[in-house]
Design a protein around this ligand. Structure first.
Ligand code: GLA
Ligand code: ZN
Length: 669
């Protein structure tokens, strides 16, 4: 039986091991006053729990558990394995990583273990199992949190050996591997598996994403993600042995390149992420990462595992969240699918690099701070919302594809331009729907397309396996597909599909791309669509329509008159091709028109900086309105509704007032 959770959980990382015990009681009193009902414990306590090779000491954690349990807190129990103890590094140097420049690291920092270290695997598994066995009697543990923000790469000789094994499993033979990597180029043919080395600054690379052999680098990325996943699964299984019914997860970092989060998702019981937007991160960018996280497990709700209540100390400029901003960003998470609102951290530490990071309880040690009061007000509000949004879904008719392997491949590509940034291109599409107030699902290649009317696959450079067939079926059956420049070029090994770009998408799109022009940042072309001019930036494809109809053409340069936007009727559907990267107004106008054509309704009428989202559960629909601006605004929705935060009633189409940084949670009738 999963533990019963009947409200949005509120709390976060709590590190009492850094404090004398008399502080703990005071913490419990204050945190309860702030409405906190969940603490994440034990994230970085490995050295405390295992002082040496043979001895484990759980006494302090026992007392912490007793303290938080008596205070009525739920617990998200971490396994502490994101930072190994110093003695372990001294006695077992195999646990230390080798970095991208080939330096063997010494003890220090965190996220510091080699993913294939036998010492790490042995002791992390043992610790996870011991924790699960020891604390299984606590029915307030509602989730397990394995390690923390998995991230770092290793280039040691053991990882190199494991890479060879991984390659043997993937390719079967050296012939297949030589073909997949096109090793005839620069005389790289491998005659023995032992000749294969890790790609880094000592071998194929001249910078983190600049490589001479894309195939090798891409496989190493996959391999490292897989190795970390293997470590995660080792702990997962050790935990499940003792507490099979408690869900297990790890916290991702959202905009994070190194882990293929979608490939990990099947092994998480629920998805979770840490949201740390910079003070100038646009709201749609945060929204997109929430939606990506919701998409990891096919639209199921997720946990907001961390955010700062006020300030992150590691930014160049540590700007404060303005009054109301923390609340508004917390609701934004819930609006996109979060079932928790959690923070790093409960109490500010006194030493080392996070002592100036925001916390509910500041160094002053009292409740009498702006941040504490704002947290306490939010804590109170969340109690009143009860379970209405828990496990609710968002039923979108539009999907945007986001694929990590495609991201890696684009980042490694030598050409057409280093200005091309995959997530930034995806965001341009996401932003249009955000501003149109139309909900979107962020999907991966494995997800079913049949429930969508519109699928957008920006810069689908890599066509993995038969993904073209899936797109083909989707369009033939009446779906609308939109893709862009630099799509369909290569297969999953980064080998070019011959016969003209966009390769396997050529039929669906009805075009042939002959060349691709990259524009320096200060230069742009433009095109005219429906009487308006829009910029053409970063890259411009030079293409010929085959069966496609031309909707817009370039205005300048030697390719003036060549198509910039095409549509191809294919089966019962249509496939659009946007041959360049444009400005927000283009995507907005283009998709506004398409939403009308496809009869996809918006959630309401609102200014662009008032975000609208929906979460649905049974017959309950809740529309969230979030005013990201510092001015009061008005908006409308299409049905009668009650604001669950204020009790106000509104009629359909009535002008609804929303405060600056304000939130409305509207249960529709
Ligand atoms: C991450 C980590 C936390 C903490 C915060 C600070 O999300 O998981 O341990 O370091 O960053 O922002
Ligand atoms: Zn290693």
């Amino acid at each position: 039986m999963e533990k019963i959770i009947d409200k949005i959980l509120f709390g976060g990382d709590y590190n009492p091991e850094q404090w004398p015990e008399d502080v703990w009681q005071e913490d419990m009193r204050m945190l309860k006053d702030a409405g906190v009902d969940i603490v994440t414990l034990n994230v970085f306590s490995w050295a405390m729990l295992q002082p040496n090779e043979f001895f484990y000491d759980f006494r302090k954690l026992d007392r912490i558990m007793q303290c938080v349990t008596e205070a009525g807190m739920k617990v998200c129990m971490a396994t502490s394995t994101a930072a190994h103890p110093a003695w372990m590094a001294r006695r077992h140097p195999d646990i230390l990583r080798v970095d991208f420049d080939g330096h063997k690291r010494k003890f220090g920092s965190r996220h510091n273990s080699c993913p294939s270290s036998p010492t790490y695997r042995k002791y992390s598994k043992r610790l996870a199992g011991k924790l699960a066995r020891r604390y299984r009697k606590y029915d307030n543990i509602v989730a397990w949190h394995v390690s923390n923000e998995y991230s770092t790469d290793c280039y040691c000789e053991r990882c190199e050996r494991n890479f060879r094994k991984w390659l043997k499993r993937r390719y079967g033979s050296l012939e297949a591997l030589n073909a997949a990597w096109n090793t005839a180029f620069w005389g790289h043919k491998f005659y023995s598996w032992k000749e294969i080395v890790a790609p880094n600054n000592l071998s194929e690379h001249f910078g983190y994403t600049r490589t001479c052999f894309q195939g090798i680098s891409l496989d190493y990325r996959r391999f490292q993600s897989d190795m970390l996943l293997r470590d995660y699964r080792t702990e997962y299984n050790a935990i499940k042995k003792y507490t099979p019914n408690i869900p297990v997860t790890t916290n991702f970092m959202g905009y994070h390149y190194q882990i293929d989060q979608k490939a990990w998702a099947p092994y998480l019981d629920f998805a979770a992420w840490d949201n740390y937007p910079a003070c100038d991160s646009p709201e749609w960018s945060v929204a997109m990462w929430h939606d990506i996280t919701r998409g990891l497990k096919g639209g199921r709700s997720f946990w907001l595992m961390e955010q700062t209540p006020s300030v992150s100390n590691w930014n160049r400029y540590c700007a404060l969240k303005r009054p109301g901003e923390m609340r508004e960003l917390s609701y934004q998470a819930v609006a996109h699918g979060a079932d928790t609102v959690m923070f790093f951290q409960m109490r500010r530490s006194i030493g080392a690099c996070e002592k100036y990071h925001g916390a509910i309880i500041d160094h002053v040690g009292t409740e009498n701070t702006r941040v504490f009061k704002e947290c306490a007000e939010l804590g109170e509000e969340l109690k009143n919302l009860k379970a209405v949004t828990l496990a609710a879904r968002t039923n979108s008719r539009v999907a945007i594809l986001f694929d990590w392997e495609n991201w890696w491949a684009i980042s490694y590509s030598a050409g057409p331009t280093t200005e091309l940034n995959y997530p930034e291109e995806v965001k341009k599409f996401y932003r249009a729907f955000y501003e149109l107030h139309i909900p979107v699902d962020m999907i991966g290649c494995e997800d079913d397309l049949s429930k969508y009317d519109l699928v957008i696959a920006p810069v689908l450079y890599m066509i993995k396996g038969n993904y073209d067939v899936k797109l083909n079926d989707f369009v033939k059956r009446g779906g609308h597909l939109v893709t862009t420049f630099f799509s369909g070029y290569v297969n999953e090994n980064d080998l070019v599909t011959l016969g003209g770009y966009p390769g396997k998408l050529r039929d669906i799109l009805g075009i042939w791309v002959e060349e691709i022009d990259a524009l320096p940042a200060e230069k742009e072309n433009n095109f005219t669509w429906e009487g308006l001019d829009y910029s053409a930036k970063i890259v411009c494809d030079l293409l010929h329509p085959e069966t496609a109809e031309v909707l817009a053409s370039y205005n300048n340069d030697f390719y003036a008159g060549m198509p910039a936007l095409t549509v191809n009727e294919y089966g019962d559907g249509k496939a659009y091709y946007i041959a360049t990267s444009s400005d927000p107004d283009f995507y907005y106008n283009f998709f506004e028109r398409m939403a009308v054509e496809l009869n996809i309704p918006s959630l309401g009428e609102a200014p662009k900086d008032v975000e609208l989202t929906i979460r649905c559960k049974g017959s309950n629909n809740v529309i969230f309105a979030l005013n990201h601006s510092f001015e009061h605004k008005c908006f409308k929705i299409w049905s009668d509704a009650t604001d669950l935060l204020t009790g106000e009633e509104f009629r359909a189409n009535e002008e609804i007032w929303i405060d600056n940084m304000g939130v409305r949670v509207l249960k529709t009738r």
